[in-house]
Design a protein around this ligand. Structure first.
Ligand code: ATP
Ligand code: MG
Length: 584
């Protein structure tokens, strides 16, 4: 069927929406693909829905190809299963909770591990039934703190979520790898530039997990890559190579100095250099900075924690957050300082922390035998030559310091540089977390029950539409890869005379008969307006039927390369088909 622009429910906009900051958001709104209803809640108009459905289809085909079976669970869910796993509480403000008329608690599903575990438990009872992978392409709800960039971070969004169930660890690994490969095929078909990074486990619990991040300057995830080795990781997952223990013997004793007015690292370094405490110039990297935080544990208890990092580094809040999970980080209040008088602001040292039973964790660079300039726990005093493993013994290490360009790669094969990305997929070996919670067992080969092991795997389907738009647009508009374009070909009638109009109709009919999805711009608008709209809408091939028609010629424009070729009217179908097959 030919879609006519004279009839299509579409109004393109000349101006960017006021609330849009990133290109995909601006263009998807301007080109009439989506419309905002509320923060993070969007409607899909015909063009947008076509692209969304095509992304879904690619995902569906690749999931089916690894033997996953599609089902569909409700978005409206009872509280109990989420109570069983404690996620009713753990999910915090991110969960949409509601009540029915009888006062029973419900939620709108943010992800469905609980329900899939229960679904498998309900149907399967023998080892012979396993393994099984189920998936859905379904609407999720999360009350995101900062819905952003249109459909990129919605509060209502579409996810493909799948869940594998296996009898043992090897089975889980095989399911995980099958998903990993399926995801690579999906993102390659969608022409997305991405990396796979080791992730931290997040609120899901469990072990091995990787994220797929699409390269994008507007991404919210910072990751690091080692160009030499190909290592890539989330900043949260970067493991700092631990310092080799250094000999302590012969190191000078620690000495406390008066260092008036040196509450910051910069003032301390100035003091150290003017006091001439060392033959070499002292830098911030020679100082040990101690940061106090308060941890709130899941049971509601709070704990003071001291963190020691080299003075030339900052604490990275995300890394710190990931390192202390499931506890949450809070800042100390004036009341906390008042209640713990051994904390001398600007002059906190390891000694007072350890003397007062405060847990003290240090950056892995602060290894045994390293010597530091740090606070002496008295106003205006610092200690020089405080040696780890001799003068203080940390309670362990913590990955809280920021990761910098030029830091050594954990694989020892080069240096790290940072880049930004948008999370498009996540694969996860959950293990027994959910199958334990719901006692998902089957009868094993030897007649004994076997607890199943589970994986969960997500792709942001609606987000993908924005990600593709983000990676593939130019200053004129959208530029869809063929696999997800709303149409295969966009025919523009570029002249008002009857011959061009008839020509356009004929060309559209021929392309349609050849099995292509055709949109025909048969509006009474000027050619200029039509060309602009065709560029904004971003169908990969545009066929222009205009004045040349009388001489038997039409023009084919490639939206990707910008190239334009004139072809004989009677070979237009052949030429278009050749480009559709050969093109991106
Ligand atoms: P993010 O860090 O971006 O919030 P997440 O870690 O919460 O993602 P998962 O829970 O693993 O994401 O969900 C699986 C996939 O669903 C993600 O990889 C992402 O592509 C997509 N997704 C997650 N949250 C949203 C959202 N608010 N809007 C659109 N897509 C989302
Ligand atoms: Mg999230």
């Amino acid at each position: 069927m030919i879609t006519r622009l004279s009839h299509l429910f579409l109004r393109t906009l000349r101006d960017d929406p006021a609330d849009a900051e990133v290109p995909s958001h601006k263009l998807l709104v301007r080109a009439g693909y989506v419309r905002r209803i509320a923060p993070g809640v969007y409607s899909w108009l015909p063009l947008g829905l076509r692209v969304l459905r095509r992304v879904e289809q690619v995902v569906r085909e690749e999931m089916n190809a690894i033997g996953a079976q599609e089902i569909s669970l409700p978005a409206l869910l009872p509280r109990e299963p989420y109570e069983t796993t404690n996620r009713w509480t753990e999910y915090g403000d991110g969960l949409f909770r509601l009540q029915d008329r009888k006062g029973a608690d419900y939620l709108l599903g943010p992800t469905h591990e609980e329900l899939f575990a229960l679904t498998v438990k309900g149907e399967y009872s023998s080892y012979k039934d396993l393994p099984v992978t189920l998936y859905q392409i379904q609407t999720k709800y999360r009350d995101e703190e900062r819905p952003r960039a249109g459909i990129l971070r919605g509060r209502e969004f579409i996810m493909k979520d799948s869940y594998s169930f296996d009898l043992d660890e090897d089975g889980l690994k095989a399911s995980y790898n099958a998903h990993r490969e399926a995801y690579q095929r999906i993102f390659n078909r969608l022409r997305v530039e991405y990396v796979i990074v080791a992730a931290t486990s997040g609120a899901m619990g469990g072990s091995a997990s990787e994220e797929f991040l699409a390269d994008s300057p507007v991404g919210e995830d910072t990751y690091v890559v080692c160009r030499e080795s190909g290592y890539a990781a989330n900043v949260e997952a970067v493991v700092t190579p631990a310092a080799e223990p250094q000999p302590i013997e012969g190191l000078p004793a620690a000495v406390v100095h008066d260092t008036p007015n040196t509450p910051t690292i910069a003032t301390l370094v100035d003091w150290a250099n003017s006091a001439g405490i060392s033959a070499q110039p002292v830098t911030a990297a020679d100082t040990l900075k101690n940061i106090m935080v308060k941890l709130r544990h899941p049971d509601g208890k709070t704990e003071l924690l001291g963190i020691g990092i080299p003075g030339d580094r900052e604490v990275d809040d995300k890394r710190l957050g990931a390192a202390v999970e499931p506890a949450e980080v809070e800042l100390l209040t004036e009341a906390d300082f008042a209640a713990n008088s051994f904390l001398v602001k600007g002059y906190i040292g390891p000694k007072a922390l350890q003397a007062n039973g405060v847990r003290y964790l240090v950056d892995p660079r602060i290894g045994t035998g390293t010597s530091w300039i740090t606070g002496a726990d008295e106003p205006g005093k610092h200690v020089v030559g405080l040696v780890a493993g001799r003068d203080f013994t940390p309670d362990g290490t913590i990955e809280a310091a920021d990761v910098r360009d030029g830091d050594p790669s954990p694989d020892g094969r080069g240096v790290l540089v940072s880049a930004r990305g948008i999370e498009i997929g996540h694969i996860f070996q959950l293990g027994n977390k959910y199958t334990d919670a719901f006692e998902v067992d089957v009868l094993g080969e030897n007649g004994k029950p076997v607890r199943l092991t589970m994986g969960s795997y997500g792709v942001g389907v609606s987000r993908m539409v924005a990600v593709i738009a983000e990676q593939q647009h130019d200053e004129k508009g959208l530029r869809w890869p063929r696999e997800v374009a709303p149409f295969d070909v966009h025919v523009v009638i570029a002249n008002k005379d009857d011959s061009s109009r008839e020509g356009g109709e004929q060309v559209a009919a021929l392309l349609d008969t050849a099995g292509l999805e055709v949109v025909l711009d048969d509006r009474k608008a000027s050619p200029g307006v039509k060309f602009k709209d065709s560029e904004l809408i971003g169908v990969p091939l545009v066929v222009v039927v205009g004045r040349g028609w009388a001489e038997g010629k039409v023009e084919i424009r490639d939206r990707f390369t910008g190239e334009s070729t004139e072809v004989p009217a009677d070979s237009v179908v052949e030429s278009v088909l050749a480009q559709v097959r050969g093109g991106r």
